[in-house]
Design a protein around this ligand. Sequence first.
Ligand code: 5CA
Length: 437
Amino acid sequence: MRLSNGLIPTLKETPAEAQIVSHRLMLRAGLVRQMASGIYAWLPAGLRVLRKISDIVRAEQDAAGVQEILMPTIQSADLWRESGRYEAYGKEMLRITDRHERELLFGPTNEEMVTAIMRDAVKSYRELPQMLYHIQWKFRDEVRPRFGVLRGREFLMKDAYSFDLDYEGALTSYYKMLLAYMRTFQRLGVTAVPMRADTGQIGGDLSHEFHILAPTGESQVYYDSDYDHMDWVKSDLSYSNPNDVKAAYNDIKYTYAATDEKHDLNEWAKVPDVRKREGRGIEVGQIFYFGKKYSEAMGFAVIGPDGTKIFPEMGSYGIGVSRLVGAIIEARHDEAGIIWPDAIAPFSAAILNLRKGDAGTEAICEQLYAALGADALYDDRDERAGTKFAEADLLGHPWQIIVGPRGAATGQVELKRRATGERFELPVAEALAKVRG
Ligand code: 5CA
């Protein structure tokens, strides 16, 4: 993107309504704008981050054998009456009446709808197990939407659902998803620690929450620092091998982590002191096993090998895609702005032309921009160098390629690594090679 005609409306002043750093930085860097309480529009740079996160989430779900679908945002109230959750959900559900007086709602989650789809389409035990997911906007009329996209009313979620014939199968699906989550968060460039959790609204008896560590987190968390070193991406565990996915679960089961609600002092005492970590966590995902709760309530059964009915065992698995944007900023920023992990930065590099109109700097900038393409942000505006540096730091591009007239005369540029502040004087080709990694 050429910044001279791009929509990245940065703010110099700190917006008064923003209480925490990610909200301030998202507004100041021009990633989002609030349209109503807890409802945000995603501007070009913000949407690029949301897309990159969604793409990584999607790639790992696909790798784990989960099938992508797309369910609507608007659901029928009758579906929710079948499970008994229409009344139970309370005021958090946004209820809508159409012109024919039919009751609808804006979906806060999709257990009912996905169960109805499966009930209609799947009749035999031979068609199971299956796992489905979608990435779709949800609405929860939170009493106090706050902290920007961290607790919004409209938010983007990846929600997946598993259907198995028996308990063993359901556990395998659960373990598979646990492994997919560990891989996903690592690929996003953050450490998310899995914690045993209560099941709340969704119901059921096995659940994990995934927390990103950040000082502003809503939960107090305790965990073994072994989580900081586990490499799930490089591990050769296979999704198609039930023993492998069980092994991933066991690694997590026997490595301590808990929120204050589930903190167990006896177990904590067994963790060596040097490995004890505590702090605040932001919940970016939660997974649940809840057995036959929805299949029985909604009458979804398949015919088993002996002709009898089997109500499938289910689980549901959520990742807060839009919340992740805020949570990652909470975990990765400094006084100057955002420090994106490479994998999800809106642009991998900013090209800063320090002298607009200079033939030498323009030629090099154009050469860099042609080579890097859409993944670069070319600051071609007629602005002071100081403004360009400050905005590049604020937006948090992993690399800044700084092109000034003096270096341009000898074909050199300055490369700055945002995360470390390191600077390199390099010929154009070498700078390009470094940015491309
Ligand atoms: N049906 C299940 C799993 S698919 C479910 O709804 N789980 S959940 O309630 O835990 O939500 C999943 C994730 O969505 C949460 O871990 C959180 O990261 C995100 N989330 C939940 N509420 C909000 C909200 N108000 N704003 C932003 N993200 C949210």
